[in-house]
Design a binder for this molecule. Sequence first.
Ligand code: 4NP
Length: 149
Amino acid sequence: MTKILMVCLGNICRSPLAEGILKSKVDRSRVFVDSAGTGGYHVGEPPDIRSIEVAMSRGIDITGQRCRKFSKVDFRDFDLIFAMDRNNYHDILKQAETEEERKKVHLLLDLIDIGVQEVPDPYYGGKRGFEDVYGMIDQACTALIAQLY
Ligand code: 4NP
């Protein structure tokens, strides 16, 4: 079983989409997918309604997800940890204690070549930002499954 963790800041906008999108593409008996946030502002909450709606419009239901905070234990529990932006990436790396742990951490958009390396935080924008974020994450997840199988 390959275990993959998607991480953003709030775990209510970007990483819940990444979790839902990747789950929709993988054989779930072989790949375990979860998400978390480096910040703890929304722990226990469902995803942002705008992420729920964008996912739903593509047939993906993320309403059952609940926000949790990234923790050091995740380095033990996951094989690959994908950060949405550089702040998330550095916040995760700061908590790593071994080279093995550091090697698990990647920027999600490094999987593809679309001219940007960060999934922008859509929280303070409109719905359009969520559509753009969905597209970027979707492309990266497609590239990821090509590497996994
Ligand atoms: P996310 O977006 O990191 O994609 O979940 C955010 C959601 C909430 C906040 C920041 C980013 N916040 O500061 O509450």
